[in-house]
Write a protein that binds this ligand. Structure first.
Ligand SMILES: *[C@@H]1O[C@H](CO)[C@@H](O)[C@H](O)[C@H]1NC(C)=O
Ligand SMILES: *[C@@H]1O[C@H](CO)[C@@H](O)[C@H](O)[C@H]1NC(C)=O
Length: 388
């Protein structure tokens, strides 16, 4: 920097220094992508259904579709009005303080529309809960639905066979999955007392996420597999072979007690090992840890499709394939190669929730009320990310 020696030359150098400062800030800008670039990198979420090809085309044991018309008769043609007797669906539902809705011209800027109804953020989660109830009341009309909530939530749900069950706890977004296991345990603790009033009748519980559609009778698992206490759903996925969105518990005093001990073990592992896991994953990781820590457990069975039974943490645990009991529309490449004809539960995880509402609207507005056709709609549009 010999040019910059001496007083006169210093003055000459000011523009040069400013130039360098400018170059540095330009470089920095290029290393940190601008907001616009970030926006472009995020996958687009659609505000309307996008139909693509149906996965599983040509496979004889998978649903075949022509447009949204099902070519196969799935087993849904005859609903039995007794389906669901002695079954309670149990879900944890929390609403979060909605961030102050911005208003544009007197209307919320946060509205999304499905069909001819617009929903703000709170109304969207209520819509999912209502559709969850709708599906159960079609396919298992005799079942009861129990919603475990924050006593402070004041949830406006008034439906037949639906009971709100307030449980004190910490329902913040960060703690919700932890609270969920605690609420399940608290719920199971109340069952033996109630059991004495049921005069020997057994009432089973199925704990689920509320973004699922029950599309067939689930009561059969309790008679078809008479020896389990707890049922979980598994898939062929190395990191996350178990999904916590579906847990069935046999309603006998023994079943309830063992399920409670099993969930307490999961809670203990969650609290001691996975508190730092992303808020949605801790319970699943803890579930897998408890199952795999059992010395004779053979994780290879997760790669197959058959249900199997094993003893874990003092409970007899039935492992059911996600393929039938927790089917998720394949996003992107799709791991399921289509939809089996005997699918019983569809799970609208993550950004598929609009599809849940659209599916119900499709079903309830069709004259044939054909669940198979609706499954074609789900199969063809499930790869897309939606905004709801
Ligand atoms: C499903 O429908 C397709 C097309 O009609 C047919 O080829 C296939 O055999 C059917 N599958 C079953 C299991 O009936
Ligand atoms: C919603 O819109 C459809 C057609 O666009 C109409 O047939 C239907 O009656 C509307 N439903 C309600 C509740 O307004």
């Amino acid at each position: 920097m010999r040019v910059c020696n001496g007083w006169h030359r210093f003055l000459l150098c000011i523009p040069l220094l400013l130039f360098f400062a400018h170059m540095l800030s330009v470089l920095e800008l290029h290393q940190n992508p601008s907001a616009q670039e970030l926006h472009r990198k995020q996958p687009k979420k659609f505000g309307h259904l996008v139909l693509g090809p149906a996965a599983g085309e040509g496979l004889h044991d998978r649903l075949q579709c022509q447009g949204v018309k099902a070519l196969n008769n799935t087993h849904f043609s005859s609903y039995n009005s007794n389906f669901g007797s002695h079954i309670a669906f149990v879900t944890v539902f929390a609403t979060f303080n909605p961030t102050v809705d911005r208003q544009v011209n007197g209307r919320s800027s946060d509205l999304l529309t499905v069909g001819n109804t617009s929903y703000n953020k709170l109304e969207r989660s209520m819509a999912i809960l209502n559709v969850f109830i709708n599906f159960i009341q079609v396919t298992m009309p005799q079942s009861n639905i129990i919603i475990l909530t924050d006593p402070a939530s004041g949830l406006p749900v008034h439906r037949d066979r639906v009971t709100l069950y307030p449980i004190q706890g910490e329902y913040s977004r960060e703690k919700l999955m932890l609270q969920r296991i605690r609420s399940y345990i608290a719920f199971l603790e109340t069952r033996p007392e109630e059991h004495s009033q049921w005069q020997g009748q057994v009432y089973h519980s199925i704990f689920t996420d509320s973004d699922i559609a029950v599309v067939d009778d689930l009561g059969q698992i309790f008679s078809y597999y008479p020896n389990f206490d707890v049922a979980l759903t598994f898939r062929n996925n190395k990191e996350q072979p178990l999904n916590s969105g579906f847990i069935a518990v046999r309603g006998t005093p023994d079943g309830i007690l063992r399920a409670k001990v099993f969930l307490e073990e999961v809670l203990k592992i969650y609290s001691s090992k996975y508190m730092k896991a992303s808020r949605m994953l801790g319970d699943q990781l803890a579930l897998v840890w408890v199952v795999k820590s059992h010395p004779s457990f053979d994780a290879k069975r997760f790669t197959r499709r058959q249900a199997f039974l094993d003893d874990v943490a003092g409970a007899s645990v039935l492992f059911l394939p996600c393929l039938m009991y927790n089917w998720t529309p394949p996003e992107g490449a799709g791991q399921f190669h289509g939809m089996p004809l005997d699918v019983k539960v569809v799970h609208f995880k993550g950004s598929r929730k609009r599809l849940m509402v659209e599916s119900w609207n499709f079903l309830s507005s069709s004259s044939s009320f054909d669940i198979s056709d609706m499954l074609c709609l789900i199969l063809k549009s499930g790869r897309t990310k939606y905004d709801f």
